[in-house]
Ligand binder design. Sequence first.
Ligand code: ADP
Ligand code: MG
Length: 702
Amino acid sequence: MSNHFLDTKIEFLKGVGPKRAEMLRKELGIATFGQLLVYYPFRYVDKSKLYTISAIASDEAYLQLKGKITDLKTLGERRGKRLVATLKDETGEIELIWFKGIKWLASSIVIGQEYIVYGKPSKYNNRYNIAHPELDDVDQSLIANKVTLEAVYPTTDLLTRMNLNSKGIHKIQKNLIPQLGGKINETLPLELLDRLKLIGKEEAVINVHQPLNNHLLQKARHRLKFEELFYLQLNMLRQKVVKTETIKGATFNKVGKYFNQFFNENLPFELTGAQKRVLKEIRDDVGYGKHMNRLLQGDVGSGKTIVALMSILIAIDNGYQTCLMAPTEILANQHYEGITELLKGIDLKVELLTGSVKVAKRREIHEQLENGELNILIGTHALIEDKVKFQNLGFVVIDEQHRFGVQQRSKLWRKGKQFPPHVLVMTATPIPRTLAMTFYGDLDVSVIDELPPGRKDIKTIHRFDSSRLKVFGFIEEEVKKGRQIYIVYPLIKESEKMDYKDLMDGYESIIRRFPRPQYQISIVHGQMKAVDKDFEMQRFVKGETQIMVATTVIEVGVNVPNASVMVIESAERFGLSQLHQLRGRVGRGAEQSYCVLMTGNKLSADGRLRMDTMVKTNDGFEISEVDLKLRGPGDIQGTQQSGLLNLNIADLVRDGQILQYARDIAVAILKEDPNLEMEKNHRLVATLKLRFGNKVNWSRIS
Ligand code: ADP
Ligand code: MG
């Protein structure tokens, strides 16, 4: 379905030519007519309405004014240097301010002349001003013709120098669009357009660049966003169908002796509703010969381990070996101890394999794996070494997913014999729903969204550095009650000398305030040797020290139920998800737990919102949504390298609803026609091929 018109080289468009074509290609990757058409505006100037200065009542929207410039002056020095103009209409005056391009503006603005001014007001000292507004000569014809919404395009400095600023791009789009007339193929089935009341592709493309009116603009944007998200989802879900059809897994169709014995004799508590639901989702996945590749999301402390263990028991009941992999030795140890304890009295062989296991023991483990004696192997990435061979590996649990690379996971995958082992990946970093749908759209996702009963919410308090003495007093009281305390310092880069200085200064002042021998204090940071770190960590785990001063190395998974206070120093330097992870280190025992966020007195608006969010909620999903809004999807963990963020028009932060809707539609289509063979779906197949090729992306399989 190639399209000669859309493939035409951009230099042949009126107003472009070879030089500008080269620059468009270099700067924006636009080489053809088709590529120019999907270079969408990022906002629109409403030229239909003129405001009066006295009517400005909020700083929410861009607006357009008409008035005379009555004064123009340059103020300030160096970085504070700015150009300030006064704009006057019949109703009042407002200041216009520029910090950039001052020289050029100062020489081109004419005092006494009338201008159209477009910008977003902001309030300063109780008065409105407009920073970096656009200025236009009053073009009477424009107003008379009621050209309403004018597209504004992103551009670059180099393009601007060749007269391809937003207006310039607008102009060349204007040369292109009248040539369309039926040259843009529809990409969605007509039946779908009809049913979802979407406008056609060509009408959408025209109106997104040159909207006839606001109503059509909204319809155009909706149509294009839907299409973009829909095909992304359809492609991902279609790959999933292919995988399900081509990759088979072991069938665990019975619940047997080990599961039942554990359930009847050892299970220490009633499972929460969420745990039961997830366990059922897993059983449904592994019961019918398909291969499971499932992500289990659940906040810290939500009880993922027991779900993993019970799934492991089902695998063993069906004659398979299992393993559980953790990102650090400490965590592997804790899992080993916890699981051994939970399995007390049950005739199963569990072993621990980490870097520090001695050679003789290691050999023994290798042997028992190969002869099938060993049922559950717990460990670090030592598990995926080639030497580690299983007789019959059927089920793999990976804790704290994001610490493992795709390659490491695929190594594990190959350790299965007849079938690849089923994989359950557990993560305590909740991902906003829209991102999960996009990035893990081809995995199955389970969520534990309920904490075990009786858990007390962690009380979170924000304190400024100036009340440090009070915080120390609070720590003292808690230690007197027999509790343990974490004090965490930021260490953003391993190389940051300042960070170590902060940490060491902090450590000394804590030692001064909490002297030996009455108090014992541990310190752990990234420049220590692994053995020393482990030694200090273990002292704290065993309760030999009351206070743990640390950098973020303790972030992952450590379980010290007696630790009830988490003090985070320079909390404003942490991202929300990191703060939430750190807070999750406390609140694991029966006692009321606290998280104290220490910050400097001056906070940015963003920093303030992060602190307020932490104080307000303990819900990791809610926090991840705020995080997404603050940082945008590109900075959320694990999404950085993904090409999935190169969206032309949709926005994962704002278009969550359209995304959900698009996914639902895609799911329904594939349910009716998994291989897209029906006549009415032909256009879908053609578009998928054109857009994604027909490759299945194997690297996404963990
Ligand atoms: P995480 O999801 O962070 O890995 P864990 O599996 O470590 O959480 O569970 C946290 C704590 O909650 C453990 O001490 C565990 O024994 C306990 N727990 C898990 N499920 C329940 C439940 N249904 N009822 C009571 N306690 C539970
Ligand atoms: Mg855990």
